[in-house]
Design a protein around this ligand. Structure first.
Ligand code: NDP
Length: 264
């Protein structure tokens, strides 16, 4: 069974790396037309070149945009409409986490983290809402973290902001149901990413391989599946929720954490 997204238009924020890039790749492989954004233009261009090596140019659109810049996001939405004629699936993925406990987090950092986690979703939703409203199968899917339900003191600001995003996603699902727009999210545990690659490069035991190092993290953190997630694993969950296969699902938060969740 396919995801039934052939010919549909997907927008992926933060699509130039990691989970976002794997989501772009899988959507294109499924025949969707995909627009994605990122801030670093070199990385964005590299992601476009990589996708064009495997998929038709007509289906690919990479656009430089900071999701916290409201005008830029509005221009991104206008460019997608001009290029593809509308949007069916908005996948809000752009962002990063902040590692600090309460004593290490100053007021500006609290504000910045809160702003990133909420406005990285609010601005794209505002900008793409008209296009989604016109789609026959509209969806919004937010990348969120298990920290929303299971806070960690060493990521205190991210945990609090993630809880707010979970709450916001739930409200949006209810408000937009009347428009036929489904709103869901995925809750991530730890997924292999550039952040983890950077930490691997600085590891204290240089003889350790990537597998040994990541399995060590999984064991220490108590991830029952014994490994970090691969970016393509959350990508599949995102596309399922965004796709017509999940036509009767809204307001859901799908756990993609390898069993790291400690709640029922
Ligand atoms: P990566 O760093 O590999 O990718 C992040 C992507 O988002 C890049 O394309 C980056 O491009 C883009 N991005 C970041 N900030 C912005 C912005 N303000 N505007 C536009 N694009 C932006 O990270 P992951 O793939 O691991 O993370 C994807 C999402 O998953 C993030 O929201 C992250 O917080 C979340 N997450 C990840 C976890 C993990 O373990 N990997 C755990 C929990 C949540 P550029 O920097 O060029 O803008």
């Amino acid at each position: 069974m396919s995801f039934n997204v052939k010919g549909k238009v997907a927008v992926v924020t933060g699509g130039s790396s990691g989970i976002g890039l794997e989501t772009v790749r899988l959507l294109l492989a499924e025949g969707a037309r995909v627009a994605w954004c990122g801030r670093n233009t070199e990385r964005l261009a590299a992601s476009l070149a990589e996708m064009l090596a495997s998929f038709p140019e007509d289906n690919c659109m990479a656009y430089p945009c900071d999701v916290l810049d409201k005008e830029a996001v509005t221009a991104f939405a206008a460019a997608v409409e001009a290029r593809f004629g509308g949007t069916d699936m908005l996948i809000n993925n752009a962002g990063q986490g902040r590692v600090s406990n309460f004593e290490q987090t100053d007021d500006e950092q609290w504000l910045a983290e809160s702003r990133l986690k909420t406005f990285s979703v609010i601005y794209p939703i505002k900008a793409f809402l008209d296009q989604l409203t016109r789609s026959p199968c509209p969806s919004i899917t937010n990348v969120n973290s298990l920290l929303a339900l299971q806070p960690e003191p060493h990521m205190i600001a991210t945990s609090a902001a993630r809880a707010a995003l979970l709450n916001l996603t739930h409200s949006l699902a209810h408000e937009f149901a009347a428009k036929g727009i489904r709103v869901n999210s995925i809750l991530l545990g730890m997924v292999e990413s550039e952040q983890w690659r950077r930490r691997f490069a600085e590891r204290s035991e240089p003889q350790q391989s990537w597998e040994e190092w990541t399995q060590g993290i999984a064991a220490r953190r108590g991830i029952p599946m014994g490994r970090l997630g691969k970016p393509e694993e959350p990508a599949r969950a995102l596309i399922f929720l965004a796709s017509p296969l999940a036509a009767y699902t809204t307001g859901a938060a799908l756990d993609v954490s390898g069993g790291f969740n400690r709640h029922l």
